[in-house]
Write a new protein. Structure first.
Length: 299
């Protein structure tokens, strides 16, 4: 092996050590697993075009470069969007089997971000999201973030502070205990399977909000929607009880959720927020195009 090829191989090995971390950064920035993969790949390409002798801290350099790539994607997304973000949008979930944790996925789940918070992150301006994600979630100093957003360190600190307040105020609280989550979800599934409307209402918070993202092409009762109120959400759950009956309980990001699979294809993924033994929020991704790109969890 030539010295040049040897150096390339060493660089590739060093990059792979950071891949999981970089994907976690990109996922929190973009809310899309496929776009996160693309951003990490672009970071690798940029590293290949850079004189690594000038890089003192490879991990830090890769993190800020990945952040810059994601920021560019978010800005172009915002520029293309003629209408405000669709309020029914649900970010890509990360699904894991309850029986096995995939080591390759662990970087995504260290200090995992729930679907509810990702929904809130989608409402931030691109620069706010970058400052918040890099500083608050990955401890990147403001001095390193400032050149990326082309602001002073003080102004970048203000961006993160503003984002932090919005995230804190808008992200619903949820019981982190998986055992209590399981009890509530099992009660929900039993009520749906049994067609017990009153039991469904009882397991839902009076002000529960259901957000369903079925994509742009699905219409009718299965289309994208936002519903509020226990009785309204329970009526919708009754209509889709057959899917609930066949659903399996999985880990969705940082909490339990339900995965519906028909003939080996994912039909929907639901994550929930739970407070005081009742479901306060339901986030359902049922967009066939996006579900096609998600992998079934390994048992």
């Amino acid at each position: 092996m030539s010295p040049v090829d040897h150096d390339k191989e060493l660089l590739a090995e060093r990059f792979e050590e950071h891949r999981g971390h970089l994907k976690a950064v990109a996922y929190r920035m973009l809310g899309s697993l496929t776009e996160a993969e693309d951003a990490v790949q672009e970071a690798w390409l940029r590293l290949g075009r850079t004189d690594t002798g000038d890089i003192g801290n490879l991990g830090g350099w890769l993190t800020t470069v990945t952040g810059r790539i994601c920021l560019d994607l978010l800005r172009s997304r915002t520029a293309r969007r003629e209408q405000p973000m669709d309020e029914t949008f649900v970010p890509d979930p990360v699904i894991r089997s309850l029986s096995q944790v995939d080591p390759e996925q662990e970087a995504l789940h260290a200090d995992s971000v729930g679907v509810a918070m990702l929904v809130v992150l989608e409402t931030l301006e691109p620069d706010e999201r970058l400052a918040f994600v890099l500083h608050d979630m990955f401890a990147v100093p403001f001095d390193d973030i400032a050149p990326v957003v082309e602001r002073s360190s003080a102004a970048t600190r203000q961006l993160a502070s503003r984002a932090r307040r919005r995230v804190r105020d808008a992200t619903p609280s949820s019981d982190p205990d998986l055992g209590r989550q399981r009890q509530v979800l099992e009660a929900f599934m039993a009520a749906a399977r049994g067609g017990d409307f009153e039991a469904l209402v009882a397991v839902l918070h009076p002000d529960v909000v259901l957000r369903a993202d079925a994509g742009a092409l699905v219409r009718g009762v299965a289309g994208s929607k936002i519903l509020q109120g226990a009785k309204t959400v329970a009526e919708s759950a009754m209509m889709f009880a057959r899917y609930t009956a066949a659903a399996q309980m999985v880990l969705v990001n940082d909490a339990l959720g339900l995965l519906s699979v028909v003939d080996g294809r994912i039909q929907s993924i639901m994550s929930v927020t739970i407070t005081d033994h009742r479901i306060t929020g339901m986030y359902i991704l049922a967009d066939p195009d996006r579900l096609e790109h998600l992998e079934l969890p390994k048992n």
